[in-house]
Design a protein around this ligand. Structure first.
Ligand code: PEP
Ligand code: MN
Length: 354
């Protein structure tokens, strides 16, 4: 046989070995996925360094070359890693928030507003409901500026127990009445499971505040009702933790969950929290749920809100939340970060929304 013919034969042999390796690799992957399912049911992590070490050791003992141990190790470590990636993907496809479970965007409709359809929605209003006059003035101005959804806290989770705690249910009713007089939808925070029935009639969206993101009992309860929920990221929470909190709502039956980035704690002292702008595209990749950002509680100051709002819009968020007050200097909470109506109108113009 000529060398040329021999080369052709050897190449054909290599091709056939490649196919066998490919079949074996996929057979291995299918078995590994079954192991992954068993482990998930048992609540065991997919990654098992001890077992991996044992497998490698046995492979190296069996190895007769010509590949050296180092090469065998490298090849199998790659196989192990790719298998783990596959198991991760399988795990995530059973999570309800995941794009692997639902590829298309969830669209949450609130009146004329749509979160997740490609539109950019603005939620604005004062930090707290303070009086009938304040909330009426706010509602009238916001409606005049084209806002569709008004915020206002009635049950305020304050860091100090000595600070204004909100007007409670009477405040929520004032917010609702003012908003409805001006054709606005209402979002307000729920802090306590026991308040759900009382709050429910007076909101169009329920807000779970940053501090309550880890209150799983609250999430389980709020997830049983049918109104949209804005779930805010705790200032110490990873994105995965935020998504798993959303999973509690989804598991309880809720389908209308909107995620809200609102700044995380870093070493930076010139802002109240650091707006994590990368959270928006990362969340949009990972989940089909709409994503908005609250720039007011991130910045804690009003002078940088226009560039932050532009950033939120540019990075692909489905909307923006911010605090706007008819007279910020007289506000009973978060005065430093609230815009007055004129400043808010400028912000809307800068976003080309007015
Ligand atoms: C709020 O939006 O009223 C609020 C208290 O924000 P956070 O929960 O993000 O601190
Ligand atoms: Mn506030």
């Amino acid at each position: 046989m000529s060398c040329r013919e021999n080369l052709d034969n050897l190449r054909a042999e290599i091709d056939s070995i490649n196919f066998k390796i490919l079949d074996l690799l996929n057979e291995r992957a299918r078995v590994a996925l079954q192991i992954g399912k068993c482990k998930a049911e048992l609540g065991i992590s997919g990654f098992d360094p001890v077992r991996e070490g044992g497998m490698l050791k046995r492979l190296l003992e069996k190895n007769t070359g010509p590949f050296e141990g180092e090469a065998v190790s490298a090849i199998f470590k790659d196989i192990f890693q790719k298998t783990l990636d596959l198991m991760d993907k399988q795990d995530r496809s059973v999570l309800k928030f995941s794009r692997l479970a639902q590829a298309e965007n969830t669209v949450v409709r609130v009146g004329e507003s749509e979160f997740g359809s490609g539109k950019f929605c603005v939620i604005a209003g004062p930090c707290s409901v303070e009086s009938e006059e304040q909330i009426e003035e706010a509602a009238a101005s916001l409606a005049g500026l084209g806002v569709k959804i008004m915020r206002g806290g009635a049950f305020k989770p304050r860091t100090s127990p000595y600070n204004f705690q909100g007007l409670g249910l009477p405040g929520l009713k004032l917010l609702y009445e003012a908003a409805k007089r001006h054709g606005l939808a209402v979002i307000s925070e729920i802090t306590d499971i026991r308040l759900l029935e009382k709050i429910y009639p007076y909101v169009d969206i329920l807000q779970i505040g940053a501090r309550s993101m880890y209150n799983y009992d609250l999430l389980k309860e709020v997830g049983t009702q049918d109104k949209p929920v804005v779930l805010k990221r705790h200032f110490g929470a990873s994105l995965e933790e935020l998504l798993l909190s959303a999973e509690y709502l989804l598991n309880a039956g809720s389908r209308k969950v909107i995620l809200c980035e609102r700044g995380i704690r870093t070493h930076e002292r010139w802002v109240r929290a650091t707006l994590d702008i990368s959270a928006v595209p990362l969340l949009k990749q990972e989940t089909h749920l709409p994503v908005i950002a609250d720039i007011s509680h991130a910045a804690g100051r009003r002078d940088i809100l226009i560039p932050l709002a532009k950033a939120v819009q540019a990075v692909g968020a489905d909307g923006l939340m911010l605090e706007v007050h008819p007279h910020p200097d007289m506000a009973r909470s978060d005065g430093r970060q609230q815009l007055n109506m004129l400043q808010f109108a400028e912000l809307l113009q800068a976003l080309k929304l007015a």
